[in-house]
Design a protein. Sequence first.
Length: 623
Amino acid sequence: MANFETVEVNTDLLIVGGGMAATGAAVEAAYWGKKNNVKVTLVDKAAVDRSGAVAMGLSAINQYVDLRTGKNTVKDYVDYVRNDLMGITREDLVASIARHVDSTVHLFEKWGLPIWKDAEGNYVHEGRWQLMINGESYKVVVAEAAKNALGMDNIYERVFIVEPLMDGDKCSGAVGFSTRENKFYVFKAKAVLVAMGGAVHVFKPRSSGEGLGRAWYPPWNSGSSAYFTIKAGAEMTCQEVRFIPVRFKDAYGPVGAWFLLFKSRAISAAGGEYMVERKEELEKWLPYGKVKPIPANLRNWLGMMDVMDGKGPLVMKTEEAIQKIADELKDDPKGYKKKMKELEEEAWEDFLDMTISQAILWASTNTFPEQEPSEIAAAEPYFIGSHSGASGAWVSGPKDLAPKDYFWGYTNMATVKGMFCAGDASGASSHKFSSGSHAEGRIAAKAAIDYIVKEKPNHKYDNNAINALKETILKPMDIFATHGKETSDPNVNPNYIRPKQFMFRLQKIMDEYAGGVSAQFKTNKPLLEKGMKLLDYLKEDSTKLAAADLHELMRCWENIQRMWQAEAHVRTILFREETRWPGYYYRADTPTIDKNWEKFVNLKYDVKTDKWDVFTKDIHHIF
Ligand code: SFD
Ligand code: AMP
């Protein structure tokens, strides 16, 4: 076996991940931990300052409920989320975040995040729930707060977490490896808070060749949360509710600021505005076709229909939107010029704050947003429970809000004891975004400390099992060391598969059989069944993955984790015999929305029998 030192770390609460939810968890856990003498440790595969989805920064805070002014209520937010997700949402979880998210945003401001203000000193809204920020350093700001709270001695960076440790039915830690040194890490803990983000590159991306790796959501979120929770035996929910964002094509610049702040229109090459011309289609998706705002997946769907009719490309009328705003000052030439400059700057900053590559693409293609429109397109599917998708673990709601069967003792605890989830890791509570994920991290951390204090878990560890895990996790290094020199091209070898090839194979299966970009997001039962069979073969070959170095070892495990996310997804779409989110995926053999399916589809993996169980759970309304 590869010669790796084993490093053991003993702690009370282990936070796995270092993104928005994890940094929120760190701040809250440090506070309650100090009061209760509970040790808190955080481990991230990257450097917390720039890890996760907010690495590049963001240009908006997408969840701010504004309870202070009384303009909105928690119920308003729950109604918005339920409608956007076509009825499939845990109202208790959405409300739990909504009632706390404003205080998290106020903390961001206190820590130094610049939030746009108007002349009266009020926050500048992008839309009803969204605030504009100068967010290039957003992640550094929240990371600093987390580091100050925990102390660097309690933070492990560049350690990739692979597997949970279990003591019977309780989660007792995690194992992983350093991506810089030959070290295998064993974290022993009384409770674990999972916040390792969503999953990208499960489906074949539009980007290829020199653009490979460019995606809207960060490619380094590779399904670790889903894998970790599934392997621990946790019940998972909404694994079919992937997210397809419409984005500026090829560099994936977000559209929210254009639609909401600049009030821009999107049209097809044929000149029509699909949101207007295809209004009648919305009647087919009632009652959600009639709600305001129109659900994200239905907005996608109307645009996709234009593309499928050969009317593409779709474009965002940036020049028209900018002109319309500036025209308000057309009788004041000086003011007009100043406004035009300001709008131009805002357009560029929107991308420079969060998707720098889109600004680079605009620059390299001589695009002047104030003069010409830009192409937009539906991106490949992502698994991201914090945005407009919903996949994640099935977690307990808060005692005061949760219906009986949604509550089992500690808020945000999965169905596995001692395992808490937040951000993309927890499901059925969409539209938390960066701020809600941070708030949910805080909620989950407080509950996890409470669990540790009240339950006083005292775990047993099986050294043989840990050694076996070490052997399995490092096996790709052994395979390459043994066989790597047997062929002149190390990519072509009958004894192994390299992680990049493995990833391409996974993406091809998902793209063609599970409704990816090249299948126009459409699938059906026979396609899914064939896809499942191919995933089985892929799983067989995953034991033959080979890694030439530590970086590739990480790539091997990222792709195994993606494969498990893929399997959970295919099994769930197969089970739900309707089409509920046509702009996310379309089951061509069950092409309509069906009231009888207004239920959660949950699933669970049993590690002992290697069997999956897929079943429904009722939706309870509390508002
Ligand atoms: O408009 C392991 N998001 C936006 N949110 C907003 O509030 N405003 C916006 O403007 C947003 N936009 C946006 C957004 C994201 C992206 C990529 C773009 C634009 C281009 C969404 C939020 O960013 C998102 O909802 C939250 O960040 C989710 O938080 P969380 O904590 O669930 O995920 P994370 O922040 O990505 O962190 C994951 C962490 O896990 C680590 N990790 N660590 C150890 N071992 C492993 N195996 C690990 N695997 C992963 C990561 O390193 C990271 O620290 S807009 O376009 O929507
Ligand atoms: P995006 O940039 O697409 O991630 O959007 C940012 C925020 O604006 C999210 O909360 C979206 O749901 C919302 N949003 C984007 N476009 C629209 C639209 N056309 N109508 C209503 N809300 C939107």
